[in-house]
Design a binder for this molecule. Structure first.
Ligand code: NAD
Ligand code: G3P
Length: 330
């Protein structure tokens, strides 16, 4: 199948490589021509996953027309902050029924829209849209280490289309009809991972990490339910699965950023050092829009927001969280 992958960061590269290795005709869009040149000639992405040799059949271009010519499926893997501009950029080159799966994790600033909703807003035709999410660090998928993921779509046929497309011996794909739940979980777990990383950075222990993860999961469930999603999604790969891997894995940028934050590194310093997105740093702000709209209290997300964007100290925020009135667990 002719597949277009939009975005050549770590996750775009790992997914494009997976799809090419399964025999698809894959062309990946990268912003920088020198990245395309390296992928096409040396089969290496010079900026992300640099130690991996990519499938020789994988091609790259910085020209949307070339990448999307004759495409039968579009895989979007840009940072969530530019999803609207990505949808607008691909619009002239696709048909009104081209299936699109969005693999980015986040919520739009200002509107509170989820990735699939942003694409619906720009391109219409909700039925051909899907979201892919789960405990999937690119560093492990590129090595073909077994992983599982969820493909959520409002239309089962679309979810099954992408389930078949991505399925590989080491990549197990599940379908779900709960797009809202899956995409909220995806955005939310990144925020919790920053809090866990920060706790470790402050010298706190595994009990603290577990407390943050478990209460973070409770917050996630409240928001999913309030927004019309299925709380059971929080118990699956998109929810607790991804929460666990992002809070505990050495590969997680969100967790590492939280840790570094506690050691005095700012968001700008961390991003300049790694060239990588830290989606949770944005999501702690954008999720607030959704939560306020639905009257949901999110103390952990609010704490992360106060530290990252409002200059609060970790110490003060930790004390305030622990000082909250005592209550029933559920
Ligand atoms: N890395 C992972 O393991 C992983 C796994 C699952 C989901 N995701 C999600 O996938 C999305 C992409 O993450 P990633 O890890 O591939 O990112 P990354 O940090 O590895 O790379 C970011 C990519 O975005 C590009 N970029 C940045 N600003 C841009 C702009 N203004 N216009 C065009 N391109 C721009 C960069 O050149 C780079 O290719 C995120 O939403 C992330 O949460 C990542
Ligand atoms: O490295 P992180 O923290 O951005 O997490 C990446 C993926 O979302 C894990 O599933």
């Amino acid at each position: 199948m002719k597949v277009s992958v939009i975005g050549a960061g770590s996750w775009g590269t790992a997914l494009a490589n997976l799809l090419a290795s399964q025999g698809n005709d894959v062309c990946m869009w990268a912003r920088k021509p020198e990245v395309c040149e390296s992928i096409n000639t040396r089969h290496v992405n010079p900026r992300y996953l640099v130690n991996s040799t990519l499938d020789e059949r994988l091609r790259a271009s910085s020209d949307f027309a070339e990448v999307l010519k004759g495409t039968e499926a579009v895989v979007v893997v840009t940072p969530s902050s530019i999803l609207r501009q990505t949808a607008e950029a691909i619009a002239p080159y696709i048909t009104s029924v081209t299936p699109i799966v969005i693999c980015s994790k986040g919520v739009e600033e200002g509107t509170g829209l989820l990735p699939v909703e942003i694409f619906e807003d720009v391109l219409g035709h909700l039925g051909r849209l899907a979201g892919l999410t789960g405990p999937n660090h690119a560093e492990e998928v590129i090595k073909a280490l077994p992983s599982g993921t969820v493909i959520a779509a409002f239309r089962l046929k679309t979810a099954k289309f992408f389930q078949e497309l991505f399925a590989a011996p080491y990549f197990r794909t599940y379908v779900s009809s709960d797009v809202i739940g899956a995409e909220i979980c995806a955005a939310y777990k990144n925020v919790v991972a920053i809090a866990v990383g920060a706790a470790y950075g402050m010298g706190l222990g595994d009990n603290t990490a577990s407390l943050i993860m478990t209460r973070g999961l409770a917050e996630m469930g409240r928001l999913v339910t309030a927004c019309g999603g299925n709380s059971m999604t929080c118990m699956g790969l998109a929810g607790v699965g991804d929460l666990e891997v992002t809070c505990m894995s050495e590969h997680s940028r969100n967790r590492t950023f939280g840790y570094r934050l506690a050691k005095g590194t700012t968001l700008e310093e961390y991003k300049a050092e790694t060239h990588m997105v830290v989606e949770g740093a944005v999501a702690c702000r954008t999720l607030h829009t959704l939560a306020s709209e639905h009257g949901v209290d999110l103390p952990i997300a609010q704490a992360v927001r106060a530290i990252v964007w409002e200059g609060a100290t970790l110490q003060d925020v930790a004390v305030a969280l622990l000082d909250r009135p005592l209550k029933a667990e559920f």
